[in-house]
Design a binder for this molecule. Structure first.
Ligand code: R5P
Length: 301
């Protein structure tokens, strides 16, 4: 039997992109809140004996996790052969250390939670920094899709003479891969973060520039403060307005408007989180990853 895909609320459009890339059925489910705020989940399509895939991007994760958990447990209860999760954006990856006494390494707790109710996970560029691989914290098979090739293709087709700028040391992994694929120079700035919204970024070394167009590339844009600080340094250095590319356009609160107001040429993102800036499609690569996971897993999960 072909796998069945269920779109968690808000993931319907992305699920249709996936469905075009994998031969599967899109399942129907009913999901709502009881008057007291608890989640109601009902799978309307048959799942017995089938590979079931839930599609749920995990920005704003706290409100999404309970319905996802209940849906996945229900699929298992109703006899699903295996339950996979396609999470284009994977939450809780940034708390990967105990930065202050009394904190937990919540990336690991979140991973243990997901590993308990899913048989596999496919995602796009999770924020791997102090954890180097997902299997350091996830105990289920995982596959990571890299957005760099799709970002590089977008840049190569549209930007004259690009110079890729990574706003901080962590972004070097994306900036360098994108620059290599586009065959253009890249620079990485230094970032100091002293609070959720307090970010300072070093001035760029402009030797790589020579009339190039700055293209800022980062994995997550959350408060937008990292990008905004980098845009300011670029503008202070007398360089042209940058194009800002985000793998995961989280855009918390007014981040998108704030970034636009900072003086950017354009803001572009991958479609890991639905946003008007989505111009780079990574659904097909994610579909391939999901299929590979289903092939390598033994039937009993
Ligand atoms: C952190 O290291 C990440 O790569 C991003 O730079 C960071 O998450 C961006 O966050 P914000 O938009 O809140 O500055």
């Amino acid at each position: 039997m072909i796998p069945i895909l269920f779109a968690m609320p808000g993931n319907e459009a992305f699920t249709l992109h996936l469905d075009r890339a994998i031969s599967c059925e899109v399942g129907q489910m009913e999901m709502r809140r009881f008057p007291d705020g608890e989640s109601y989940v009902r799978l309307l399509s048959a799942v017995h004996g089938r590979d079931v895939i839930f599609v749920c991007t995990l920005d704003r994760p706290d409100e999404k996790m309970m319905p996802l958990y209940l849906a996945a447990r229900t699929a298992r209860e109703l006899g699903a052969r295996r339950v996979g999760l396609v999470a284009p954006y994977l939450a809780y990856m940034r708390q990967d250390a105990r930065f202050k006494e009394g904190e937990g390494i919540t990336s690991a707790h979140f991973a243990a939670f997901v590993s308990d109710f899913c048989d596999w996970l496919a995602t796009v560029d999770p924020h791997l920094h102090r954890h180097h691989k997902l299997n350091e914290i996830y105990s289920i098979p995982t596959k990571v899709v890299h957005a760099a090739p799709a970002i590089a293709e977008w840049i190569a087709e549209r930007i004259e003479n690009p110079v890729i700028v990574g706003p901080d040391a962590e972004s070097e992994q994306w900036a360098s891969q994108v620059a290599k694929a586009v065959r253009c120079p890249y620079v990485v700035l230094e970032k100091k973060r002293s609070g959720d919204r307090e970010v300072e970024v070093s001035a760029p070394d402009t030797t790589a520039w020579k009339g190039g167009t700055p293209v800022l590339v980062d994995d997550i844009t959350s408060t937008g403060q990292t990008m905004i600080a980098a845009v300011r340094r670029i503008r202070d250095a007398g360089l042209p307005k940058p194009v800002c590319i985000s793998v995961h356009p989280v855009f918390a609160g007014s981040a998108y408007e704030d970034l636009r107001a900072a003086g950017v040429e354009k803001i572009v993102s991958c479609n890991t989180i639905a946003h008007p800036t989505n111009e780079i499609d990574i659904a097909e690569a994610l579909a391939v990853a999901a299929v590979e996971l289903m092939h390598i897993l033994p039937i009993d999960g």
